[in-house]
Design a binder for this molecule. Structure first.
Ligand code: PEP
Ligand code: MG
Length: 911
């Protein structure tokens, strides 16, 4: 719970003034920041501030977030909330000279959510509230527009019905569509007042049928019910999911804004629109947005009529246009940030309905930040915080070249993995691989209903992935993000038929081989072949922006990379070394696996050494490549970590193969071989392999493996050093739990190093250290530091073993834990500061006690997560290490952490 909520409770029990639950727009000092935003929410604070500034805002009031928290706790609000709301309503009625739902000249209100952090479209809204069988007549008379009045009433019943009374939307849609059919109406607007009255009568029947009561005629009852429904919508699945994705605290609650309605659908001099003070996609300083005349907000969203670009308003209503430009410019100056606004024009008069800091792409964020510094609106130090580190990903992936292109959007899915991909459709992973083998330059889009782990080989060769089902954490989404590959997931309008090798979308049929263009940043699926613009990590604006941020960075940023290609990629993104080179990845290669298996199958040390000898030159070559690529930067190489059975075939597959062979070729010599393999697989089988013979336990059980790896590292290092390249190997022992394990493995490494230096008559500097990835290691870090010259926190395993959650199966637990608020976020993505963080702090402190100069880093997935990077910076880590595509993000997150410490400002990362 926010500290503010606790204050409120305290205030009450102290018996002082009752809590102020309701604020009339403009009442109090709404500065749009800090406490007022906590209480009024972003929308409420914006409306209050605009009112204070004398801007044309329809009057209204905000019921603050504490009422929502109360509602969440007790299932109802206190009498005091109702009392203050009634008082504010009376004031509003007086101001307007109208009565809510009055028979003659009714006051109608909108009831909208508005949380501290904007959650666009996630919660509920009810418009036209106050209409009933009587007031609708009054509205018809007052506006002299019965069609408008009855349409507003039918919209209210429909919205109220679905949002407040939770009646399925289709129940109303069926009535409405039926009426259109009956009246042979093509468009909604073809239904006249009489037809709409008939719709209303039928809607009321729907309400009665579903709720066993009449649609509430009492406007006050409507208001209370709508308010509570908005409070409840804070807890709907959509909103919860959004909060999880954006790290927003579930306990904040939403405010509710009750505001006098203004109508954009009163005729041709009325209208409604939305806009931005700058282009939110590119950041270009241009008035950007769209509007519709004679329409309500929902018509713009519903997409039935095509809105006009906002610049056209200059032609339609020049005075309103100029006023809007003047107001929004003022708003931008006032908030010192790009604004996203909503407005309505009623009979030629402009009303502002919302202003807030606009959401924008990473590219736009960088450009706007730079321009605002140039314009003198913000300082360079402020600019550093105007870009979310994760947004920098936009610069690292290609995008579609839309200039002069004919864009036919077939469907829109979820922007699961950013970037762009253009290619020819394939419907199965096998087909993708087959095409790729024929032509390695083939550009392919793998289109699936959804992907599964069996599709992985196809996903690897495809340029992009499109699925018709699945969300942001579906297999396709997660895997492609890891690969840095574009993916649009869950494009529900698309029907995929693997059997017919075709996809259908809105009557269009696309076959295998047809061209598609995907925009993974917006989720658009575009027909045909567009050009792409390559990634631009050297974009001049990005370079300029990073040059402002980087001087504040106190911590190094390295990359996790196993092969020279990834190492080079990471360097291009600014990595200052490799923080984790997982050597096992080198053994999975096709030419190595047989030797690896021979090594594992060996019954004695001699045979094992023979197999290892074959692997030695290959490993050496790998390290030569990585050292050359890193050209003087440190390279942390980890000795073998995973359990050995991972290199052998699966037991089940072997059993099937043996059974088949026993029937078809019972005399085959292969059978004996397979039985030997099966025997070994069964010997190596562990119930909990993650807690089994892995990490340094392997090197202790089979010291010759560590020996071979150390030899490969130092022979490679000496060779590359002789070429004139600086090498700085850091040999890292995984999964230690105490000093003796560390000493055992370090002794092998140091002995082999000396041997190689003597043989080659050449010496290089190196370090031997360990990963801290088990709670025990953290607790005895002072002991381990006697041998370890560096620590690197393996927070994947450390999280796994601290929580006791399997890192491979956590998804099954996570859903319920997040839904119940037991966890706020996935601890494997964002470091759990309370638990895992404590262990890290202990280890850092103890490690430095023993060895004050000990180098400290992190190489778990958290090394690329902005909040976790901030934690590392606060604990004076020497570096973080993350996957190459997150290096830029980590650099900015580290710079922001440095800047907030130095400038004493809050990065505001944890919401
Ligand atoms: C870790 O455990 O955090 C780590 C980096 O090692 P791996 O993911 O290879 O187990
Ligand atoms: Mg690990």
């Amino acid at each position: 719970m926010s500290t503010h909520a606790v204050d409120v409770e305290h205030e009450k029990s102290a018996g002082s003034q009752p809590v102020k639950y309701v604020y009339f727009f403009g009442e109090g000092h709404a500065d749009g920041h800090g406490k007022m935003k906590d209480e009024l929410g972003g929308k409420g604070a914006g409306l209050a501030e605009m009112t204070n500034a004398g801007l044309p805002v329809p009057p209204g009031f905000t019921i603050q977030t504490e009422a929502c928290r109360e509602y969440m706790r007790k299932g109802d609000v206190s009498a005091e909330v109702n009392r203050q709301m009634d008082e504010a309503l009376a004031h509003l009625e007086q101001l307007q000279g109208q009565q809510l739902g009055g028979a003659d000249n009714p006051l109608l209100v909108s009831v909208r959510s508005g949380a501290k952090f904007s959650m666009p479209g996630m919660m509920d809204t009810i418009l036209n509230l106050g209409l009933n069988d009587e007031s609708v007549k009054g509205l018809a008379q007052r506006t002299n527009n019965p069609r408008f009045a009855y349409d507003s009433y039918r919209r209210l019943i429909q919205m109220f019905g679905s949002v407040v009374l939770e009646i399925p939307k289709h129940a109303f849609e069926e009535v409405f569509d039926g009426k259109k059919k009956q009246k042979k109406a093509k468009l909604d607007t073809d239904l006249d007042a009489r037809a709409l009255q008939e719709v209303i009568a039928e809607y009321k029947k729907v309400v009665k049928q579903h709720t066993k009561r009449d649609f509430p005629q009492d406007p006050h009852e409507q208001l209370v019910m709508a308010r509570d429904a908005v409070f409840r919508s804070w807890g709907n699945d959509r909103a919860k999911h959004y909060r999880r994705m954006n790290n927003i605290d579930d306990m904040l609650g939403t405010a509710v804004n009750v505001q006098a309605m203004v109508f954009g659908n009163l005729g041709e001099t009325s209208g409604t629109g939305v806009g931005f003070t700058r282009n939110p996609a590119t950041g270009v300083k241009e008035f950007y947005g769209e509007f519709l005349m004679n329409a309500q907000g929902e018509d713009v969203v519903a997409g039935i009529r095509t809105p006009m670009p906002i610049t056209e308003l200059d032609r339609v209503q020049p005075e309103v246009y100029n006023q809007l430009r003047e107001i929004t410019t003022r708003l931008e100056q006032h908030y010192r940030d790009m604004q996203d606004f909503e407005f309505t024009i009623q009979d030629g008069r402009l009303y502002m309905l919302q202003t807030r800091n606009g959401k924008r792409t990473g590219r736009a964020a960088v450009r706007v930040a730079i321009q605002m510094v140039d314009e003198g609106l913000i300082t360079k130090e402020e600019a550093i915080f105007r870009v979310e580190p994760n947004q920098l990903y936009d610069f690292l992936v290609p995008r579609l070249d839309e200039k002069n292109a004919d864009i036919e959007v077939l469907a829109t899915g979820l922007p699961a993995s950013p970037g762009a991909a253009v290619g020819q459709i394939v419907f199965t992973a096998d087909e993708a691989v087959e095409k790729f083998q024929k032509d390695p330059k083939a550009k392919l889009i793998l289109v699936r209903g959804e992907t599964t782990p069996e599709d992985i080989h196809g996903m690897e060769v495809a340029a992009g992935i499109l699925t018709s089902r699945g969300g942001m954490t579906s297999h396709a989404a997660v895997v492609t993000r890891g690969m840095g590959k574009c993916c649009v997931a869950g494009a529900g309008d698309i029907e995929v038929s693997e059997k017919n090798r075709e996809m259908r979308v809105h009557g269009k049929v696309l076959k295998a081989g047809d061209w598609l263009s995907l925009d993974g940043t917006t989720g658009r699926v575009i027909n045909g072949k567009l050009n792409t613009i390559p990634a631009s990590p050297d974009d001049p604006e990005l370079v300029k922006f990073m040059a402002w941020a980087e001087p504040f960075r106190r911590m190094g940023v390295r990359a996790n990379a196993d092969i020279p290609r990834d190492a080079l990629q990471a360097r291009a993104f600014g990595a200052e070394g490799i923080g984790l080179c997982r050597t096992e990845h080198m053994f999975f290669a096709e030419d190595r696996l047989p030797h690896m298996r021979a090594m594992i199958l060996a019954n004695n040390e001699k045979d094992r050494r023979t197999a290892l000898k074959k692997l030695l030159p290959m490993q050496r070559q790998d390290f030569i490549g990585v050292f050359r690529a890193m050209d003087g930067y440190p390279v942390t190489i980890r000795t073998l970590d995973p359990p050995l059975h991972e290199f052998l075939p699966r037991r089940e597959d072997l059993l099937v193969e043996i059974a088949k062979l026993e029937i078809t070729k019972p005399k085959s010599p292969k059978l004996k071989e397979l039985h030997t393999l099966l025997n070994r697989v069964e010997q190596l089988h562990e119930v909990n392999p993650m807690l089994g013979l892995r990490g340094c336990r392997l090197g202790i059980t089979y010291p010759e493996i560590t020996e071979m790896q150390a030899r490969a590292i130092f022979e490679a290092a000496v060779k590359v050093a002789k070429e004139g390249v600086k090498v700085k190997p850091e040999v890292m022992i995984p999964l230690t739990t105490g000093l003796k394990e560390m000493a055992n493995q370090a002794a092998i490494v140091r002995r082999v190093a000396e041997e190689v230096f003597n043989e080659k008559e050449s010496k290089i500097e190196y370090l031997v250290g360990t990963m801290i990835e088990l709670p025990r290691a953290a607790l005895v870090a002072d002991e381990i530091a006697k041998e370890a010259e560096f620590f690197s926190f393996g927070t994947n395993d450390l999280t796994q073993t601290t929580f006791g959650f399997s890192r491979d199966d956590v998804g099954k637990i996570l859903t319920a834990y997040l839904a119940n608020g037991i966890l706020k976020q996935d601890p494997f993505a964002t470091l759990d500061r309370d638990g895992v963080g404590q262990l890290i702090k202990i280890a850092v402190q103890k490690g430095r006690e023993t060895r004050p100069t000990i180098k400290i880093g992190i190489c778990g997935e958290h090394g690329g997560d902005p909040s976790s990077v901030e934690f590392c910076a606060q604990n004076n880590f020497n570096y973080v290490s993350c996957s190459p595509f997150r290096v830029l993000t980590a650099r900015l997150a580290a710079a922001q952490a440095g800047a907030s410490a130095e400038l004493n400002v809050e990065a505001g990362r944890t919401k």
